[in-house]
Structure formats: C-alpha cells, structure tokens
Design a protein. Structure first.
Length: 96
C-alpha cells in the first residue's frame, strides 16, 4: 500500500530559505532511499512562512527505515507552530 505524506510547516518568513537550504541533504538522502517515490519540501509562492510537504513511499516499512530518529533539533525548533502534516494510505492508483 502506497503512502503519501502531505501538509504544511510554518517557519519565520525571514528564515524560510535558510531552513529549506538546510534540508537539501535530507531531501537527497530521501530520494535515494529504497521505497521513496518522491520527496519535496517547497516554499509556498503566496505565503512567506509556509513550507509545503509532499512525500510518496512504497510502504510503511520503507518510510520507517528512512525516518530513523526524525528531523534534527534545529529543524524542529525552526517550526513556529505545530505541523499540519498527515499520512495518507493509498489503496489504488489510476492514470488520469
């Protein structure tokens, strides 16, 4: 069963670009990880404190193997309020 992780993180607008730059290596590692189909953290073009989260994984096992201990303390501290990110379990995929 495929997983999609999607949602929003909020950071101070002045630090958003630095926060995203600090995530480059994590993004590269995720995209190389077994079972990762897509992984993106992007700056929202309308909202200066918003970071959009999108991940696609082949399975829970692949996601958990990659996650390990989670984000660094610095990354967690940069998030202003609780993240609004959810895990979606996809049972079927159809082409448009």
């Amino acid at each position: 069963m495929m997983l999609i992780i999607a949602g929003v993180l909020r950071v101070d607008p002045e630090t958003r670009d630095d926060h995203l730059a600090g995530c480059r290596e994590v993004l590269a590692q995720a995209r190389r990880a077994p079972g990762c189909l897509d992984f993106a953290l992007t700056a929202d073009v309308l909202d200066p404190d918003r970071i959009n989260v999108f991940e696609r994984w082949e399975s829970d096992a692949h996601l958990e193997a990659f996650r390990g201990s989670g984000p660094s303390p610095e990354q967690v501290a940069a998030i202003r309020s609780s993240a609004d990110v959810a895990r979606y379990r996809i049972s079927s995929v159809e082409a448009p």
